[in-house]
Design a protein around this ligand. Structure first.
Ligand SMILES: [Zn+2]
Ligand SMILES: [Zn+2]
Length: 358
């Protein structure tokens, strides 16, 4: 069924060329194909700005990290061509030819349907990569930051290397996660050891807030926010956010004396810590508000005098007395173990790996 048939006119011939079989608007397939430009390339080369430091490219209002440079080249080529609106079922394919690291030719091939006729076309687009510095990198190189997360232990204790390492992993994950969503301004500018803890400087406030929250979710403790006016940038006041994170004394991995018992803490649930008594292995749940009564024990390296069938003697490192104790698996005569002392009672936690300097 064609419009020519519907009109019942004499147009059994193409109104343009006079051939038979007009199929739409009184025209034949060839003439219909001729009246449409399926794809039209830009008159000159397309410039693709790319940050020379981080590889980000501008996408609308912000900078984004492309999956690859070739993908960014393809996108900018596709974005530069014109395809008529009358085309339906449009399918776009690209073939990228790299001339050198900064010059590409992209063949944009388009197929579609025009007034019922399948049409296809191709436009070569030249893409030139232009090295620039993105806003995030220029800020970062200029030492710009919007927020500091200060991590400290409650009391006088120092943040352990182990905990600092765990926090570093959280920061890495969070910076990558947030950066993947909203550009690359969420960088960690620097980390400084201060007052027994660490100060982490961030490019944006949201990433600092997320990280502070993650640290609190993991270890418990408290957060305090404060804001200071840090100056002006481009005529706008810059307010810096400082989030003080106070880590609680008792957290996952702590060994505490609680009453007469010694409890190894393995996790938290809401405002409770979960633990197991050593050496008995009985489960214990202690509410946060009761933790003031807990004594955080510092594991000490002790010598094993002898070990046999889960029993043995250790050398008290202070008095040098041999003390009879239960021994966990893996502790051997002549070796060393980690042990804690609480209310005159020694408990061995686990075998200690030999010292590096031994
Ligand atoms: Zn014709
Ligand atoms: Zn950059």
């Amino acid at each position: 069924m064609t419009s020519a048939d519907q009109e019942g006119s004499e147009a059994a011939f193409c109104i343009s060329c006079g051939d038979s079989n007009p199929i739409a608007d009184g025209k034949c397939i060839d003439c219909l194909r001729e009246e449409v430009t399926v794809v039209r390339g830009p008159s000159g080369p397309v410039k693709l700005e790319r940050c020379v430091h981080c590889g980000a490219i501008p996408v609308r209002e912000h900078w984004d990290q492309p999956t690859s440079l070739v993908e960014a080249v393809e996108q900018s080529a596709i974005g530069s061509v014109l395809i008529p609106e009358a085309l339906e079922g449009v399918d776009v394919r690209v073939v990228v030819r790299e001339e050198d690291k900064k010059n590409y030719v992209v063949d944009v091939e388009v197929t579609g349907s025009y007034k019922g006729v399948t049409v296809e076309g191709e436009a070569p687009v030249r893409v030139q990569v232009k090295n620039v510095t993105c806003q995030a990198c220029s800020r970062r190189h200029g030492g710009y930051y919007e927020a500091i997360v200060q991590v400290r232990e409650k009391g006088d204790a120092e943040v352990s290397d182990e905990r600092a390492g765990e926090i570093a992993v959280m920061i890495e994950e969070e910076v990558r996660r947030v950066g993947g969503l909203s550009g690359t301004q969420s960088y960690l500018l620097k980390a400084e050891a201060r007052h027994g803890g660490y100060d982490y400087y961030f490019g944006t406030k949201p990433v600092a807030k997320n990280i502070a929250k993650r640290i609190k979710d993991r270890y418990g403790g408290s957060l305090t926010h404060s804001t200071t006016l840090a100056g002006e940038e481009d005529g706008q006041e810059v307010h810096r956010l400082t989030i003080a994170v106070r880590l609680p004394r008792v957290m996952k991995g702590s060994v505490i004396g609680y009453g007469d018992e010694i409890v190894e803490v393995y996790g938290r649930s809401g405002n409770r810590v979960l633990g197991r008594t050593v050496p008995e292995g009985a489960g214990r749940t202690i509410e946060e508000r009761h933790l003031d009564r807990a004594v955080v024990l510092e594991p000490k390296r002790v010598d094993i005098v002898y070990a046999a069938q889960g029993e043995g003697q250790i050398l008290d490192p202070e008095s040098l007395d041999a003390v009879q104790v239960r021994l966990p698996e893996g502790v051997e005569s002549g070796g060393q173990a980690w042990a804690v002392k609480h209310r005159e009672r020694w408990v061995v936690l686990e075998a200690a790996a030999p010292r590096d300097d031994a």
